[in-house]
Design a protein around this ligand. Structure first.
Ligand SMILES: Cc1cc2nc3c(=O)[nH]c(=O)nc-3n(C[C@H](O)[C@H](O)[C@H](O)COP(=O)(O)OP(=O)(O)OC[C@H]3O[C@@H](n4cnc5c(N)ncnc54)[C@H](O)[C@@H]3O)c2cc1C
Length: 435
């Protein structure tokens, strides 16, 4: 079979690319039996779960317009209520702006660190030269680093923060001015920070509504069609079924590391660059609860090493219709090194112990539904190697008619909105390249 444009993956990136290219009739290949990728939802006995809470943070007017067109009136805007479990207490997030909840010696330690670092204005070049570890210290000082930033991020990324780079941090980790931290500490004025202060979520159902709406505008999506081999110089791919498809241009949203793994005819330096990409896996423990937990917060960060999970969220607090009347539900996220095993029972026990410690669950008998989802490639690791490997991979594939898109296609820390943008950008690039 010969096709002009083929898109691998029917997650948000692939579907956004396909929608943008709908006049060119692209073929979308998806290995799963449903669209959505990580933005899919799962329904179990009256509870709706996502691949952990997927909240839509939109900073781009273009994506906002697209979402409003796709789902008119279907989304609710929610103002974030997030917290942190710290030494047995639930305090407000973000940590760096809410040191008022700490003990006096801890407040002093954090404040001294903030004062020491207040004058540090890092240019983009300077920031990119620092490891994530050094960037955190330069921005927040020792106290905030020691109490929250280091333990939380080590748990999430499962590695020493000296091995991570910091070019991705600007949008993800807000740096409040010292004066505003003092305002909050003294109770003068409240401020809020971060890319996720408000978010959109469906009024009914899970986040799957978004990819499903995108998919309705795409003519040809083949589900259960796993790409197992790509002969790059010949521009030919093979499906698990054995079928071969020749393409002129391909948009790949599958994990870049996997793309390199199944590419044939690539030079050794490209194979090496692919092997150098690192990531962490996440297990999501979804729990349906007999009762609503006694908190209005949407989610909590868990920095302390004595708990295995790094984050817990409460669907019903931002999406009441995802649970049966009177019930609650929670997602508990556990990060682990890529390729390491985590027994199902162990994950469940860790999730329940955490919810009990947080006072959100009386006893394990209050868990009426238990489900687990595995995300083998969940967070890509931004390290120095990635900084050189990614441009080399991108350039090589582009020369061969393959355009990378999405959080894993581009091996970049991106939310759903950025992922959609990246799909649309790849569509423009692929559309502009004459076969
Ligand atoms: C734990 C967690 C929580 C998150 N929470 C949020 C949040 O609250 N808000 C937010 O904005 N973002 C969140 N994200 C990020 C968000 O999930 C992603 O940005 C987005 O869903 C990625 O979409 P994508 O299309 O790039 O990739 P994917 O969703 O991974 O889609 C890729 C698709 O390619 C398919 N595929 C892979 N290999 C093949 C193959 N060989 N052949 C055919 N098909 C293949 C896959 O099955 C998949 O459907 C979260 C991510 C994680 C891991």
């Amino acid at each position: 079979m010969n096709r002009d444009i083929v898109i691998v993956g029917a997650g948000l990136a692939g579907l956004s690319a396909a929608r943008a290219l709908r006049n060119s009739a692209p073929l979308v290949l998806e290995k799963e039996a449903r669209v959505g990728g990580l933005a899919a939802s799962k329904h179990v006995d009256g509870f709706t779960f996502d691949y952990s809470g997927h909240l839509l943070h939109v900073n781009s007017a273009r994506i906002r317009r697209l979402v409003d067109t796709l789902l008119p009136g279907a989304l609710r805007a929610v103002t974030r209520r997030a917290g942190i479990l710290m030494e047995g207490r639930l305090i407000d997030y973000p940590f760096q702006a809410n040191i008022r909840f700490l003990s006096k010696p801890q407040q002093k330690e954090c404040l001294l660190g903030l004062i020491e670092t207040a004058g540090t204005a890092l240019s983009r070049g300077e920031r990119e030269g620092l490891s994530f570890h050094d960037w955190l210290l330069a921005c927040f000082g020792r106290g905030i680093f020691r109490l929250f930033m280091e333990p939380y991020n080590r748990k999430l990324f499962q590695t020493d923060l000296r091995r991570l780079s910091s070019e991705w941090t600007g949008w993800a980790i807000p740096r409040p001015p010292l004066e505003e931290v003092i305002d909050q500490l003294l109770g003068i004025r409240k401020h809020d920070y971060g890319y996720n202060t408000t978010f959109l979520y469906p009024k009914r159902g899970g986040i799957e509504l978004l990819p499903q709406a995108l998919a309705r505008g795409v003519r040809e999506i083949r589900l259960g069609a796993e790409v197992t081999r790509i002969d790059v110089p010949a521009r030919r791919l093979t499906l698990k079924s054995g079928e071969q498809i020749r393409y002129e241009r391909l948009i790949s949203t599958m994990p870049l590391k996997a793309l390199v793994g199944l590419s044939r005819g690539v030079p050794p330096e490209i194979r090496r660059a692919g092997r150098g990409l690192k990531h962490v896996s996440v297990r999501v423990v979804n729990l349906g609860l007999r009762r609503k937990p006694a908190t209005r917060k949407h989610w909590f960060y868990i920095p302390e090493a004595r708990f295995t999970p790094y984050r817990v969220g409460l669907y019903a607090n931002f999406a009441p219709r995802t649970v049966p009347v009177g019930c609650g539900s929670a997602y508990v996220e556990i990060a682990r090194g890529a390729g390491t095993r985590l027994a199902r029972d162990q994950a469940k026990r860790a999730a329940i112990a955490l919810l009990r410690e947080m006072g959100m669950l009386g006893s394990a008998r209050d868990v009426v539904v238990h489900d687990q989802l595995d995300i083998p490639c969940a967070y890509v690791i931004h390290d120095r190697e990635r900084r050189t490997n990614l441009p080399a991979l991108q350039a090589y594939y582009r020369q061969n008619g393959i355009f990378l898109a999405g959080r894993y296609g581009l091996w970049s820390y991106m939310g759903m909105a950025e992922t959609m943008e990246s799909g649309m950008k790849a569509a423009r690039e692929a559309g502009a390249q004459t076969p």
